[in-house]
Design a protein around this ligand. Structure first.
Ligand SMILES: Nc1ncnc2c1ncn2[C@@H]1O[C@H](COP(=O)(O)OP(=O)(O)OP(=O)(O)O)[C@@H](O)[C@H]1O
Ligand SMILES: [Mg+2]
Length: 337
């Protein structure tokens, strides 16, 4: 299911929670929407999932306009939208299989079919044989698996995950993201992943939109955003991810952080991550590099390196070095934050 948004607006009083969002979300993929707290992510999701009406703008699913649907058409369309949340939203009075059965019951699935379907869903999320477990006895990761199974019960074509892994530890986050990727491929779903964590975008998404103050600050392939971010808010998210922001605040556990001028951010992509670029450029231009922090991470199947350096030399040598770096394909940004 392909989703298109045209100039969506949602205002609460004088607050523009969603302020002119236009996006095209391809079908059969995992699409990330990242933003800080209050950026408008959950509001946007309520609009796209047809829980709330936009004040203005249009929403299309596979080129069919869906905002403004009412009555039975709205109910039918909503049934094919799955949602999972940070706090799982499970019924604590029901056990795992009763939670998963719930949407099947309210959509009138014959009793005889429900049991088989629930078992199938339990297996899909890796909880075979745990159907009778009371919710309170399950770990956070297992609760989210039950929530995923319940969200998939009515065979949705779109799945929204609103901070689905924010309450989980890194290892459990990893296993839930792997499960979501597997299910996405198996079912050909369009998954919209809302998060404030760049790790989630890096590890699960193909495309991403960066939301800031109700507007789209930047949008594109995750690999492009990581290797050549354009907006300040994206760069800020990446800096947090690399973990140098703590060092920048004067915490020297990770790196010795000098405050002098001449600080640059270098971004490497693919091939350039395993070449001795700094030595080459240093020899050719006469500058000295002082590496303050650096790291390489995997984004999809591409390696992306980030390095914070001081470049010491005359202005001319420095300009020369920067030109050489750019020639090799390194993105050079002045400043580190
Ligand atoms: N029903 C509402 N009534 C009034 N204001 C609202 C309502 N829902 C959201 N807002 C406001 O809209 C803005 C965006 O909120 P939203 O929940 O969409 O942000 P978010 O990006 O999901 O944040 P978080 O990461 O904290 O979940 C916030 O300033 C919020 O206070
Ligand atoms: Mg939210």
């Amino acid at each position: 299911m392909q989703i298109a948004l045209h100039n969506l607006q949602r205002t609460y009083g004088t607050l523009h929670a969603v302020n002119g969002v236009s996006l095209s979300i391809p079908s059969n993929t995992i699409y990330g929407i990242i933003g800080k707290s209050g950026a408008g992510k959950s509001t946007l999701v309520r609009l796209i999932s047809l829980l709330e009406q936009p004040d203005d703008g249009e929403i299309y699913f596979d080129n069919v306009r869906v905002d403004g649907l009412e009555g039975d058409a709205l109910i039918q369309r909503r049934r094919r939208i799955g949602m999972i949340f940070q706090n799982f939203n499970l019924f604590s009075s029901r056990n795992a299989e009763q939670n998963i059965a719930y949407p099947l019951e309210i959509t009138g699935t014959p009793k005889g079919e429900i049991k088989g379907r629930v078992d199938e869903l339990l297996a899909l999320v890796g909880l075979e044989g745990r159907g009778k477990a009371p919710i309170s006895t399950l770990s956070g990761g297992q609760k989210q698996r039950v929530a995923i199974a319940r969200a998939l019960a009515c065979s949705p074509d779109i799945l929204f995950c609103d901070e689905a892994t924010s309450a989980l530890d890194p290892q459990t986050t990893h296993s839930i993201l792997s499960l979501l990727k597997e299910i996405q491929q198996k079912m050909g779903l369009t998954v919209v992943m809302i998060t404030h964590q760049m790790e989630v975008v890096r590890d699960a998404c193909i495309h991403v939109a960066v939301l800031d103050d109700g507007t789209v600050a930047e949008e594109g392939l995750v690999t492009d955003l990581f290797s050549n971010p354009q907006s300040a808010v994206t760069k800020d998210f990446l800096t947090h991810l690399v973990g140098v922001d703590e060092a920048a605040k004067g915490d020297d556990r990770m790196v010795q952080w000098s405050k002098k001028r001449g600080a640059y951010t270098l971004r490497f992509r693919g091939d350039t991550t395993d070449q001795p670029i700094l030595s080459t450029v240093s020899r050719a231009s006469g500058v000295d590099f002082n590496i303050r922090a650096s790291g390489v991470q995997r984004v999809g199947d591409v390696e992306i390196g980030t390095m914070f350096v001081d470049i010491n030399g005359t202005n001319e040598q420095r300009d020369n070095a920067i030109a050489l770096l750019r020639e090799i394909g390194v993105v050079v940004e002045e400043g580190v934050l």
